[in-house]
Design a protein around this ligand. Structure first.
Ligand code: PHE
Length: 339
């Protein structure tokens, strides 16, 4: 039996050494050490041995079992380590591979131009004010000297919420709110959305943006208005930009005017962009009406001021030579990506 045990040991150890997988090792374990395994069968035959020989062979058999078990354990550790190394190599991440691209958002052209306008006026010592988009009839019209029968108050032009509440049709009510809660000297711009009941076309939208301006102090004159607004135009469009002032009428300013910039495309000749005019209107302005100053709690004997309202869509369209305002509201990324 000694020889038999030795033979089993040699064969098994050799088989363990050449096993190529954990699964093969499991099979070997069953084949030699399992219930019906080769070694178990030998131990069963020990009953036929002499009492002297039995413990000797028993000890030998246990040693053989131990050697085989250790060899299997060592081999399976080795195989597991090899498998781990294999997967580390196979699953290695290549950090030099290009990443997945993702889209970066951009500022809307209206926001870009508004930011520039704010910079220009902040640089001239203005601060920025705000007012509500849902406004009372009093602030939107009455306090600004716009009488009951004025065409601007027509329901054709104005979105009424009820008899006394409207979506503001202009940013001018911010003038009044600001004067009522701040003392002169005043130097503000107030950008924001305004609403008029217009149909959408290339130059109209029921929602658009204005930038209101208000300056109130002692000794403010029309020449201050002209100088400030011309400076603004040159900062926005470049030093070669030309402006002109035309008389106009607004109920809340006296005298009133509109400011045009010379068309960049035709330089005053008249073209498609400026509809043959040679000039493009970008804002309304004027000296604040004494009645409006008084409504704002400002002494019109002591103080004077000027106000203006810039159309943000207008100046943005001129800035980027756009011929259709709808482009600014459709949110087509192919268009917006260009800025
Ligand atoms: N509120 C006027 C408009 O909407 C613009 C304006 C503002 C004119 C301030 C004069 C002074 O047309």
């Amino acid at each position: 039996m000694r020889e038999e045990l030795q033979k089993i040991e040699n064969e098994t150890l050799a088989a363990v050494q050449s096993a190529e997988s954990i699964k093969a090792l499991e099979e070997l374990k069953v084949r030699f050490l399992g219930k019906k395994g080769v070694l178990t069968l030998i131990l069963k035959k020990m009953g036929g041995l002499s009492p002297e020989e039995r413990p000797v062979i028993g000890k030998l058999a246990n040693e053989t079992r131990f050697k085989i078990e250790s060899a299997i354990a060592a081999k399976s550790f080795e195989l597991e380590k090899a498998a781990l190394n294999q997967s580390l190599i196979a699953e290695k991440i290549d950090v030099t591979m290009p990443g997945k691209p993702f889209k970066l958002g951009k500022k809307h052209p209206l926001s870009k131009v508004l930011d520039e306008v704010k910079e220009i006026f902040l640089g001239m010592g203005y601060s920025i004010a705000e007012g509500p988009e849902i406004e009372t009839d009093y602030y939107n019209f009455e306090s600004l000297n716009i009488p009951r029968n004025h065409p601007a108050r027509d329901i054709q032009d104005t979105f009424y919420i009820d008899e006394n509440v409207v979506l503001r049709t202009q940013t001018s009510p911010v003038q009044m709110r600001y004067m009522q809660s701040n003392k002169p000297p005043i130097r503000i711009i107030a950008p924001g959305r305004v609403y008029r009941s217009d149909n959408v076309d290339a130059t109209h939208s029921p929602l658009f943006h204005q930038i209101e301006g208000l300056v109130v102090d002692t000794g403010i004159r029309m020449s201050d208005l002209k100088g400030s607004l011309e400076t603004f135009a040159k900062r926005l469009y470049g030093g070669e930009a030309q402006v002109r002032f035309r008389p106009h009428h607004f109920p809340f300013t006296e005298p009133s005017c509109e400011m045009d910039v010379m068309c960049f495309s035709c330089h005053g000749e008249g073209c498609r962009l400026c509809k043959g005019e040679g000039w493009i209107e970008i804002l309304g302005a004027g000296m604040v009406h004494p009645a409006v100053l008084e409504n704002g709690g400002v002494d019109s004997e002591k103080y004077s001021g000027f106000a203006f309202g810039i159309g943000l869509e207008r100046i943005t369209m001129r800035r980027y030579n756009l011929d259709d305002m709808r482009l600014l509201f459709e949110n087509d990324v192919r268009f917006l990506e260009q800025f």
